[in-house]
Design a protein around this ligand. Structure first.
Ligand code: SAH
Length: 296
């Protein structure tokens, strides 16, 4: 979505929810011919749309575009910016993030990953998962901790977003990883990011909701499932997920607010899993759950 030879000089920004951010950036790219546009989760977890134009965009065009998404008009904030490379600009606020042995970084920091760390290069533009959100960091810490104790061989990253966790698992464990998402943009982003990180052949990225898709069934059972999705889906997925596990498997659950921890725990305990470790970060908590060592 970039034409880097252009030198955009107006930046329009909007903070909104994830679904609208994606819809609006898709429509923008199609209709207003921006120099570049990106929808991404900021360090605070809120979604932003950033669009660069070479000339001042008409406020009315921008408003009309937000309204065409679902009738709700929102105003972009437009500012004049010095000509620059939009990729550097939009990732400028995204410093490399360290989590255990992992460092998640943009392309501009590729050469700054210390030798004893595992770099995960993510371009933030299209999917959740830059490492800046507490839940992603919690999952990376959980994976780092698990990888020192176990060697899972059948890994599922459920709700892969940018592919960050699948890449982390593939780089560390050197085993095939199935990465799934309901969102086709995320599936594509994960595939591209996997390739850019040299683990394309290990990661299969597919569009699938939950665990019923044929590609998921074909690869089950799993001995490690990474699931950084909201409490609601995590609760609904507890039973089918438990049925997709090998004995002694581990499940890493995230995107759980500290206040939702009991609800998440009880959904998985009801399926026979036990809590092995909890990693609180910011207002979030990541849970490592263990399946029984024998089938129930
Ligand atoms: N794994 C990444 C991204 C987490 S965001 C990380 O840890 O940073 C959660 C992702 O789950 C989103 O991309 C969303 O589209 C996806 N998702 C939500 N519900 C899902 C479901 N039922 N099945 C598969 N993916 C789902």
């Amino acid at each position: 979505m970039t034409k880097s030879q252009d030198r955009p000089s107006y930046l329009a920004r909007l903070v909104t929810d994830e679904r609208r951010a994606r819809q609006i950036s898709d429509r923008l790219a199609e209709s207003l011919d921006p120099a570049a546009c990106a929808a991404f989760a900021g360090p605070d977890g809120r979604w932003k749309v950033e669009v660069y134009f070479t000339g001042r965009p008409a406020a009315e065009d921008l408003r009309a575009l937000t309204a065409s998404a679902d009738g709700k008009a929102e105003a972009f904030v437009v500012e004049k910016v010095a000509p620059r490379d939009w990729v550097k600009q939009s990732l400028a606020g995204l410093q490399p993030i360290a989590a255990g042995r992992y460092v998640v970084h943009g392309a501009h920091d590729r050469t700054r990953v210390p030798r004893n760390r595992i770099g995960i290069e993510i371009e933030a533009a299209t999917a959740f998962g830059t490492g800046h959100h507490g839940t992603t960091r919690g999952c990376l810490l959980a994976l780092d901790w698990l990888a020192r104790r176990r060697h899972p061989r059948h890994v599922l990253d459920l709700g892969t977003g940018s592919g960050v966790l699948a890449i982390a698992a593939a780089k560390r464990l050197r085993v095939p990883v199935l990465a799934t998402d309901i969102d086709i943009h995320a599936v594509r982003a994960a595939r591209n990011n996997a390739r850019n990180n040299g683990v394309g052949p290990l990661i299969t990225s597919v569009r699938a909701a939950g665990l019923h898709a044929p590609q998921v069934i074909a690869r089950a059972p799993f001995d490690l499932v990474l699931a950084n999705i909201l409490l609601g889906p995590l609760q609904r997925l507890a039973a089918p997920l438990a049925r997709s596990l090998m004995p002694n498997a581990r499940v890493v659950l995230s995107c759980v607010l500290a206040t939702q921890e009991d609800a998440a725990l009880s959904a998985y305990r009801a399926q026979g899993l036990v809590l092995e470790r909890r990693i609180p970060l910011d207002e979030w908590v990541t849970l490592v759950m263990a399946a029984a060592s024998r089938p129930r």
